[in-house]
Write a protein that binds this ligand. Structure first.
Ligand SMILES: Cc1cc2nc3c(=O)[nH]c(=O)nc-3n(C[C@H](O)[C@H](O)[C@H](O)COP(=O)(O)OP(=O)(O)OC[C@H]3O[C@@H](n4cnc5c(N)ncnc54)[C@H](O)[C@@H]3O)c2cc1C
Length: 469
């Protein structure tokens, strides 16, 4: 057991929290969306939370942790869904929330610290020069930019710009390594893939340079259809409409909107499927002409309501907010993350709707993927058992719809189903003792793990915690 009294002494001058209740609070994320992760991760907690204010304090913390062999799990706002920011081996949660300054704003780019909340970043760049991030997660009001890069994928704006995986959507990252003498590395170009979406397993991001796009007073809209597939076809046609500037297109199947979107209920009839949208103000006239032609019913416009007080942003009905709103009303619900590769993505969606009906109510996000319009999905699942969930996943895969499994906490099982050799090689260089966020990279913990054997990985430390509960 590390000597935390000594560690605290060595970290004197840096903010430290050791109250067990508060430490536990900062050791959680939104893992409980998954009944499977909830059972596995409920007892996970760190020993202390360290909140550095500067890169120099990050370096000091890592140096002390390295000397004492203490694991360090970075954390932004803890809005990740797969236990990414949960310290499976205890140790230190490194809370980056106090490193929240913007350093520079230029035409087309911003330089900032990792802990700034995304909506605040957009607010400042918009006030400075009418610019905003190209895209953001639907958790923009709470999530940090560092957590988005290390744990997220894409979001509101991905219909135009694609995702974080696309080269050019992150410009530069400054990263501190976990070594006896931590190094500071500046990464650009393809090197960025070493740390983006690596769950903080191979370096702490201390500075970020992101590209910006022109900011608009986006208009929120709901367009309703009686049939979900009509809503999907409308969304596909709109996404391919070159002249109308959109930031968000999310078709969501009945009964989700009427049953779970409580604040928008006055604008939705029972049985209606809706498309949640964000349209640039100067595109509203063509958008209305297009929607009329497509026989869509506009039931809500944020530029026409008397007051938006108490009404969430349209994007807070979309992405994983759809799931959140459903779980709030019916806690037995969970979800999946599905890809419907084009060009026949609409036919693939239709097939899944026919097979599952109301057991898997549809929710899609239209995005640009490798230059093509296609859709990914975060359908709800009326959860009955782990076996049935696995069966639903297999049926999707058998029909050419890959699943990014949100019921797994490791990098590999979540999506890739194989080792990311670039990230692993970088980890050997930057975290030789394997102290950064242990348990999240199978390739590091168990290089012989056989992904094809059909078994799920259980981090040994976690197995002990589960037995103890
Ligand atoms: C309702 C809801 C909606 C969501 N919608 C979206 C969406 O639209 N798109 C999307 O991509 N995600 C979405 N998410 C997931 C999550 O909110 C986002 O990815 C978010 O950007 C994570 O930011 P965070 O600050 O909360 O990160 P955290 O959850 O704190 O951390 C995420 C990961 O990054 C690591 N990390 C954090 N900071 C650093 C750092 N400075 N250096 C190195 N590693 C670090 C953590 O260890 C962890 O592994 C959603 C989640 C919820 C609950």
């Amino acid at each position: 057991m590390p000597d935390y009294q000594l560690i605290k002494k060595e970290l004197e001058g840096i903010a430290i929290e050791d109250n067990p209740a508060l430490v536990r609070q900062k050791s959680r994320d939104f893992y409980w969306y998954s009944p499977i992760l909830k059972a596995q991760l409920d007892n996970v907690t760190a020993d202390i939370v360290v909140t550095p204010k500067t890169e120099e304090e990050v370096i000091r913390t890592l140096k002390v942790a390295y000397a004492h062999d203490v694991p360090v799990t970075p954390r932004g706002a803890g809005t990740g869904n797969y236990g990414q920011a949960m310290p499976l081996s205890g140790g230190i949660v490194l809370n980056l929330a106090a490193m929240n300054k913007i350093k520079e704003i230029h035409p087309g780019r911003v330089v900032c610290e990792p802990g700034i909340v995304i909506a605040e970043l957009d607010r400042q760049t918009k006030a400075h020069s009418g610019q905003e991030l190209r895209f953001h997660p639907s958790t923009a009001q709470t999530a940090t930019i560092g957590g988005f890069i290390a744990g997220g994928s894409g979001g509101v704006g991905s219909i135009t710009w694609g995702g974080l995986r696309d080269i050019g959507n992150i410009l530069r990252l400054r990263v501190v390594t976990m070594e006896a003498e931590p190094r500071v590395l500046d990464l650009t170009g393809w090197d960025l893939t070493k740390v983006s979406h690596a769950y903080g397993t191979n370096g702490i991001i201390t500075e970020i340079e992101m590209p910006l796009a022109p900011a608009y007073d986006w208009v929120d809209l709901l367009v309703a259809y009686d049939d979900f597939m009509d809503a999907v076809r409308f969304s596909d046609a709109l996404a391919k409409c070159n002249g109308i500037l959109v930031k968000e297109i999310a078709p969501i199947a009945a009964p989700i909107p009427y049953e779970y979107f409580t604040r928008h209920k006055p604008y939705i009839r029972q049985g209606q499927s809706i498309v949640a949208l964000m349209i640039a103000p100067h595109s509203m006239d063509p958008f209305i002409a297009f929607t009329t032609q497509q026989k869509g019913e506009i039931t809500f416009r944020s530029d026409k309501v008397e007051s938006m007080k108490g009404i969430p942003h349209a994007y807070e009905l979309a992405w994983n907010h759809t799931t959140l709103r459903a779980i709030k009303v019916d806690p037995t619900i969970t979800y999946l993350q599905v890809q419907y590769p084009g060009p026949d993505h609409v036919a693939k969606v239709q097939k899944m709707v026919e097979i599952f009906g109301d057991e898997v109510p549809g929710h899609l996000e239209f995005i640009k993927f490798d230059g093509q319009i296609q859709c990914s999905g975060l359908p709800l699942v009326r959860y009955t058992s782990e076996d049935r969930l696995e069966e639903i996943i297999k049926i999707h895969q058998d029909h050419g719809c890959p699943i990014f499994n949100p019921h797994r906490y490791t990098l590999e099982e979540g999506g890739m189903k194989q080792t990311d050799t670039v990230q692993l090689a970088f980890k050997k260089e930057t975290d030789p003792k394997g102290l950064l966020n242990p348990g999240k990279m199978i390739a590091w913990d168990n290089p012989d793990f056989d992904f094809k054997a059909g078994k799920n990985y259980l981090f040994p430390g976690l197995a002990a915690l589960m037995e103890a509960s």
